[in-house]
Design a protein. Sequence first.
Length: 577
Amino acid sequence: MTILASEAAPWPSQMAGRVAAFGAEAAVDVLIVGAGINGAGLFRDLTAQGLSVVIADKGDFGGGTSAAPSRLIHGGIKYLETGELRLVAQSTLERNLLLRNAPHYVRPLPTLIPIFSWTKGVTAALRTLLGSKTAPRSRGALLIKAGLAMYDFYGARHRVMPTHRMAGRARSLRDLPALTPAIVATGTYYDATVTHPERLVLELIEDGLADSPRSVAVNHARVAMAPDGRVTVTSALDEGARFTLRPAIVVNAAGPWIDGVNAAFGEASKMIGGTKGSHLLLRHDALLRELKGRMIYFEADDGRICLVFEYLGLAMVGSTDIKANNPDSVRCEAVETDYLLDSLRRLLPKLTFDRSQIVYTYSGIRPLPASDAKDPGLISRDHATPVLEPAGARPFPILSLVGGKWTTFRGYAEEVADMVLGRLGRSRRASTREMAIGGGRDYPRDAAGEAALIGRIASDAGIDRALAEGLFRRYGTRASRIARHIAETGLRRPLVHAPDVVEGEIDFILVEEHVGRLADLALRRTTLSITGRMTTALLDELADLAARRLGWSPARRAEEIAETRTILASRHDVALD
């Protein structure tokens, strides 16, 4: 490859050498367009099979739809009523595997379902199961009991959590006094939450790069096909930085942008018909005391399933389900905020809810298959992989990853990887089923093991134990590398405006984790924004560290701050003073 810009090209330092090794043009096995959870999961699987793979994203890794989930790893209990039993079976298995393979970010979540009748919904559920396009508007105790029993059955493989239990009205209200007295009972089962989804995407990519020295991952990049069928990857930050590929196969993992990517390769398609899901983060201590670490999974008045649970010290509330098709402008609208707050008021009438409690909002487009279903909740959450075979000047097939969800990314990646291997005449040489992810590798099995590891991290790096514990909670076993970086650089000073974080931790992220924009650091590599901690002063402090490490000019630094402030205000309702 030839870099046509200055030596300060925007490819991350850990990628520059790999890109340069391509020379003027490189033949690779697979090009993946889109580095969300599906693309990153496939990248990790294919590199584990010894393939040469390039993954490129027009934004940041995990920065699109994959940054906007309900932060659940769940078996899809609601899919039982739509008859998607195969999807429930796969989802419960994948949930259990993730609890083992990514224990630093995926954790059990006890879930309570308020029940408002004994028998309602049975007839409507049977109609839906048989293909009706009208979802049941109420789910009574008999229906929920049957559903939870089926859920336990499907979750038996590699089970790591308890089975469900039911409780009557009196017991339920003693346990959760703020709950509406209109309930007749509650059911409790177990699912899981993912605390750092954007970082889990990054770790899948990092694991793939470690497996395959011939593979490359680039963010903030544009992909285009030349008339002769070659593919050019150009930096979105510097037009002069580019490289050329001859891929044997292209995988379109662009989520809600799939049809646009196919169009860029000269193929008209209508594969995606997504819906928008919006969420609120509330600062509400009284609500957290009621929740006691549980999620409440409840019906709104219109039958839509909503949820509320504790997320990093805040209350996560979601989600809406509205047909939408423009992922570049999606945001939580005022009507959605009102809908979610009103739903909470009816569920928990003894508590108060208002807009002043909101510290962060976000919204994303679910990359669902195009559908004529009138109720967005009935659009299948399953996945499919249509193939555009080589045609005209395009010498490679395009496999498009349509649908899917966070929980099933590994299983879906395995299916697609087997398709790719078959087309290339290669055999699978490694399974990802028991493969730990990133900081979940060599993770302690109990609290005593965690305490011992934290002590070793502190001792080996010569850092304070409290800092070592903070790193472990944020990064799992990857904390050892970060602690060594802090020790080697001597950057031990706490950030002035986030004193639980030290400069060396941020410096490690800037050096090792593909940061191209200030927003990558502020919104995805750290949780400083989503937890409501971001201020003008903290953003300036992060910009100073990034400018120093990445060589930004004063003008570039100012541009990055302005862009990040715009994103926070327009996409997340965070107006910095």
